[in-house]
Ligand binder design. Structure first.
Ligand code: MSK
Length: 641
């Protein structure tokens, strides 16, 4: 990072001069509730809310007698349930569109990745011979939709995990039965007077989180790949400079790419481009924010204007004709910011309306028509544009590292394989692999926290796989550009990355796509040489800063899959040392994976490095094998047996 003012800093000064407040100002003036942030406020009934003193962990109880540990566990569980619900509902929406596409009831969508369709059909035991791709897709869609509401079944996707992990889930009774059931179960058991045992609540949280990671999220990712294409390495650009001064700018924001994919198509419609020109614009630019941005970036190289923390700043450029939002991570303050300019905020989901926004509802049956209407609305708004302030800063990046791409890049097109990765971990050139996820929050050190952690990891020869807003922050910092990042990587990692042609920080997609990391971990185990379960691998998870409940659900499915996962700067559980011990210590005995917490990125990196070294020692690969160049004398000394 340089001393030059960043685009974000320029925009923050700009809005300050105009007297407009943003989330950065509100963060500075908002002192977090110390009781809530310790997870010690119980508001699940009306006798309280009962507030326990976080300075005296585990002392006192609520009116009903609930201990700090039970209160913390319930609050934690409800975050897991909400986070899982949102990602899984995303999966449901995609499955619904997938079914309509298979039946030919919608236009604009198609079955693009037939190879992936077949491999997913195999997971679900769907017959593929003598069937068209549409027939296979319909059978697959019906089987998947069934998994959301089944009463007493078992999800299919966890069968992709290594055998010992499956056995452990069975033994612990945490194999998810169905997606909706696990969310309902967790909400129901945490109502006043039901489950009062912290460990029992924690186990149910794990089952619900697994229904997300190895269920709803994985369904969303896989079906989106089949519909829109599995990502391959793609170049793109990130930062506020991607907004064009002389074009109609449409920002897509949220998570579900079902409509935004159609907006990309609509923006290329000749009649609409001509209409834009007739209004004095040179063309139409689509740019993204948050994970809708990640989805379009990965598949089409659509530029990214910003991540979660910058959504208001994107509007403050004054150059956005319309911001089209779908679901999740939308700040309510968007409409207030938009009102300072000509910008129209357009909501599109029946479950995500914002007071003051225009609502143009998405329906798969008329998706392209709605998309065209939205683009037209933006174009007609262009002449109303006033003064603009667009920082001229954008950074190039390479993204698109799906599990299939990593497999292909490492092993080649004829036989994709994780063998080179496993071999390089075994010979010590790569120490291990870490999935770095999370949200950048509107504070000035959030981006720095992600940067400090990642640069420390790659300097120590650890390959990083990233997703969500964390990945977009790294892109802004130039870490997704192979040329830049390789300079910061340790010698062994840099050597491997240069040979294979990958950056040391791999962008794997949106926050829903963390399921790709699970599939990659399972593939590493299957490749052999690094143990029999995910928990044997020299891998870890990290989330330097987080905002959404989804992050807690993700952390929980990483841990329940056997991954040491460190969160920062805090978990909302610190009001109970007992519950904290369950998460950060006892979890290891239960799942062979546990939580960690640190508010210091360097310390977080050290925890991870120690963990990875520990795993390497257990695997007997803790000594880096130096390459020895033999001279003639040494060759003569070689004994031939
Ligand atoms: S959008 S959940 S701020 S990663 Fe997925 Fe970004 Fe976090 Fe939302």
């Amino acid at each position: 990072m340089t001393d030059k003012k960043t685009a974000q800093e320029i925009m923050l000064e700009h809005v300050k001069q105009k007297g407009i407040k943003t989330a950065f100002d509100r963060t500075a003036s908002m002192a977090p509730c110390p009781i809530g942030s310790a997870g010690s406020c119980c508001k699940i009934c009306n006798m309280g809310p009962c507030r326990l003193n976080p300075k005296k962990p585990d002392e006192g109880t609520g009116i009903c007698g609930a201990t700090a540990s039970t209160i913390s566990a319930r609050n934690f569980a409800r975050m897991v349930a909400a986070g899982a619900a949102s990602h899984c509902d995303h999966g449901r929406a995609v499955a619904h569109t997938f079914l309509l596409t298979a039946r030919g009831e919608v236009s604009g969508y198609q079955i693009k990745d037939v190879k992936k369709l077949h491999s997913l059909a195999a997971v679900y035991g769907i017959e593929t011979s003598n069937r068209t791709k549409e027939q296979i897709a319909e059978a697959l869609a019906l089987a998947i939709i069934e998994e959301f509401g089944a009463h007493d079944s078992k999800l299919n996707m966890p069968k992709r995990a290594p055998q010992p992990r499956q056995e452990l889930w069975n033994k612990l009774n945490v194999w998810p039965r169905s997606i909706d059931r696990e969310v309902v179960d967790l909400m129901s058991r945490t109502v006043m007077g039901t489950d009062q045992d912290d460990r029992n609540i924690y186990m149910a949280s794990a089952r619900c989180a697994l229904a997300n990671g190895w269920g709803g999220s994985m369904i969303a990712t896989e079906l989106q790949d089949i519909l829109f294409g599995t990502p391959v390495p793609t170049r793109g650009k990130v930062n506020l400079g991607v907004i064009k001064k002389d074009e109609v700018n449409i920002i897509v924001h949220g998570h579900e790419p079902l409509l935004s994919e159609m907006i990309v198509i609509a923006s290329k419609d000749k009649a609409l481009v001509e209409l834009a020109k007739s209004k004095g614009a040179k063309g139409i630019t689509i740019a993204g924010v948050c994970c809708t941005a990640n989805e379009l970036l990965m598949r089409h190289g659509i530029p990214v204007a910003g991540n979660f923390s910058q959504q208001e700043l994107v509007l403050a450029t004054g150059a956005v004709e319309a911001m089209v939002v779908d679901v999740q991570c939308l700040m309510q303050a968007l409409t207030e910011m938009a009102a300072c300019y000509h910008t129209k905020i357009i909501t599109t989901s029946p479950k995500a309306k914002i007071t003051g926004a225009i609502h143009m509802e998405f329906d798969e049956h008329s998706a392209l028509a709605t998309a065209k209407e939205i683009v037209k609305t933006a174009i007609e708004n262009y002449p109303r544009r006033g003064e603009t302030c667009i920082p001229q800063e954008d950074t190039e990046l390479v993204c698109g590292f799906s599990h299939e791409t990593i497999n292909y890049m490492l092993g080649g097109s004829f036989r994709g394989s994780y063998r080179p990765l496993n071999d390089n971990i075994m010979n010590g050139r790569i120490l291990g692999v870490v999935g770095v996820v999370g949200c950048e929050v509107p504070s000035l050190n959030s981006n720095q926290a992600h940067y400090d952690l990642i640069t420390e990891l790659i300097a120590n020869n650890i390959l990083v796989v990233q997703s969500g807003c964390s990945a977009l922050g790294s892109a802004r910092n130039g870490l997704l550009l192979p040329e830049t990042a390789i300079k910061l990587a340790g010698k062994g990692l840099a050597e491997v990355c240069q040979t294979v042609g990958i950056p040391p920080v791999l962008h794997a997609g949106a926050c829903v796509d963390n399921s790709r990391i699970l599939v990659a971990a399972a593939a590493m185990v299957q490749e052999g040489g690094l143990g029999k379960d995910i928990s044997d691998l020299p891998v870890a998870g990290a989330c330097p800063t987080w905002m959404s409940e989804k992050a807690i659900a993700i952390g929980m499915y990483f841990v329940a899959s056997g991954v040491f996962t460190v969160f920062g700067p805090r978990l909302q559980t610190m009001g109970s040392k007992k519950f904290e011990k369950l998460l950060c210590e006892d979890s290891e005995q239960i799942f062979k994976g546990r939580w960690g917490v640190s508010d210091n990125p360097k310390a977080m990196a050290q925890m991870i490095i120690d963990h990875i070294n520990n795993k390497r020692e257990k695997l007997g690969i803790n000594k880096a094998k130096e390459r020895v160049l033999y001279d003639m004398a040494m060759r003569r000394d070689l004994k031939i047996e």
